[in-house]
Design a protein around this ligand. Sequence first.
Ligand code: ZN
Length: 283
Amino acid sequence: MKRLSKTKKVLTGIALILLLLIAGGAVYMYPAFTFFFQTETQQLDKDLTIVLGGGGNSGILVTDKALVVIDTKMGGDAGDLFKLAKEKAAGKSILVINTHYHGDHVKGNHFYKGSRIFIGNYDKAFLQKEVDPDNMPTDYVKDSLVLDLGNETVMLYDLGQAHTYHDMVVYLKNRKILFSGDLIFHHINPFLKKESGADVDKWLAALHVILNKFDLEKVVPGHGATGGKELVRSMIDYFGDMKAAEKDPSKANDLKAKYKDWVEMPMMTSPQATIDYIRETGH
Ligand SMILES: [Zn+2]
């Protein structure tokens, strides 16, 4: 009898520990999953809507000549975005822009059959391996492309290798708004993958190009909330600090602590993961 109650106590203890681990895990994972699976729609002005989350952040812009969709999300949120775009298009043709090829930005492309879908100048064979046939873009932008759409001029710039091999940013000239794609993660540790072409030094160079090239009133990052020019600077500081931490491990803890409130994607992104990536790739 006494032994049984002891076993019971041990089992209850184990169950409690497991519950705590699951709850702790859920709290740890929650911030990362909210920006992937929750959306927030913001009307920036009469003709410009942004939908944050549900994959990468997206934009829907009504112009005199066409409706522009920037990044098409994934899963159910991609369908919702398309519905909203179709409504706002009110019969106008739709132009789609992908800032880069990752699934969270292109997996809704298949909804826009018959539309032109612009992306940076990737090698087509590479994209065919990475993107489902249904979601393949139709037009590759070499360096830049200016779309004069009447009441807004939409400027596309392939900034080359950074987060992937050909990241494209979209600048709305009249509004001075930049859609940066994943060149900027706002308060989120960035996703770095060798197979995608992520290169921290080239990424830093692209961020400096953004700072110098554009008059910025607002920045819509690839993930996270919108902001101003300071978003570009915070990304530059982050990579600068992670490079310094890699070079001098005695400073690593202090440098990593500066970013303790930046969201981590469990098992994928963190200050330490960035430092390891810099070490592994040599830049
Ligand atoms: Zn993304």
